[in-house]
Design a protein around this ligand. Structure first.
Ligand code: UDP
Ligand code: MG
Length: 311
């Protein structure tokens, strides 16, 4: 019998943990004649009752497996850890807050049976998300697609059903800071855009404050593109041209006595501030890459597991 693994990261999700298990289990039980299943929860260092609730669930139901981190390592790390433990033939990645309805799994499975290997959820409509979130999400996808060498589908989160083969490939990639939705697009295979309506969070608040969103965005852009570095080169050339023009102007104005101002003050100030800014921006861009190279070079694990249950 074929098996489905569902990977669900949790960070301070005590309010949704029970409802999540109920809804996912109900769906998977309805197709249990065709598919065996497991639910792998990754507790990403929550300090509320999340782990306690999951432990209780796992005691009652052996289908439920739990990985618990030693601290918060972030959503992408949590999903990455879950993917290492899956034993199914088809793997579903979804959020705990039920914004991605588990009821769609049987339908996605049909596409998988039709031969698609990555069925990614594409959001048609996004309920209950602030205008700010929608705007930043749009800006993020258009920036990343302009900058990067691959096409990351718009309005797509991590909600998807993937074939075992694809997960095996992603698991063997050596990079530490995995930007999963980019990697799942980068690996190729037969991809299917599954359109759905993204619901409101079942309970609780978003665990993605602006700071985490910016980190995700910069990870995404930097790990899929070196264009920011090339843009830096463009800055350099541009400022060299501007300085040559200023130089020509200064010489001409000296020779032909165009003005009596303290010679060069304005142009000096302009070039200095302009160049200073350019240099700092360039250093920052290069620094972002070096920071990541350093991070990878240290070769530290992306997460630390403190405890597993039923695994
Ligand atoms: N999450 C996590 N670690 C974090 C932040 C979030 O494991 O540091 C989980 C969270 O519990 C949820 C999923 O990632 O299952 C998506 O988070 P959330 O729903 O808060 O993000 P949003 O839908 O608002 O983008
Ligand atoms: Mg959510």
């Amino acid at each position: 019998m074929k098996k489905i693994s569902v990977v669900i990261p949790m960070y301070y999700e005590e309010q949704v943990a029970d409802e999540c298990t109920n809804r996912v289990t109900k769906v998977l039980k309805s197709i249990k004649d065709e598919y065996d299943y497991e639910i792998i929860y990754v507790n990403d260092g929550s300090k509320d009752k999340t782990l306690e609730i999951l432990e209780k669930q796992a005691k009652k139901d052996k289908h439920i497996k739990v990985i618990s981190f030693s601290r918060n390592f972030g959503h992408q790390a949590a999903v990455t850890a879950g993917l290492k433990y899956v034993t199914g033939d088809a793997i579903v990645i979804m959020d705990a807050d039920l914004q991605d309805p588990p009821e769609l799994i049987p339908d996605m499975l049909k596409e998988w049976e039709n031969g698609y290997e990555v069925i990614y959820g594409k959001r048609k409509k996004r309920d209950g998300e602030s205008a700010f979130k929608l705007l930043t999400a749009k800006a993020f996808y258009s920036t990343i697609n302009k900058l990067s060498d691959i096409d990351i589908p718009k309005n797509t989160g991590d909600f998807r059903l993937v074939d075992r083969k694809v997960v095996d490939v992603v698991n063997t990639l050596p990079e530490h800071n995995k930007f999963l939705r980019g990697l799942f697009s980068w690996v190729g295979f037969n991809q299917y855009a599954y359109e759905y309506e993204r619901k409101e969070r079942f309970a609780g608040e978003t665990k993605y404050p602006l700071k985490k969103m910016l980190k995700l965005a910069s990870d995404g852009i930097i790990s899929f593109s070196t264009k920011p570095l090339k843009i830096v080169g463009g800055f350099g050339i541009f400022s060299v041209i501007v300085s040559i023009l200023i130089l020509i102007y200064s010489i001409l104005s000296y020779v032909f006595k165009w003005n009596n101002l303290t010679a060069g003050w304005t142009s000096m100030m302009c070039t200095m501030t302009f160049l200073g800014g350019m240099i700092l921006i360039s250093l920052w861009m290069i620094g972002e890459y070096i920071a990541r190279i350093y991070d990878e070079a240290k070769d530290r694990p992306q997460y630390i597991i403190k405890k597993t249950i039923n695994l």
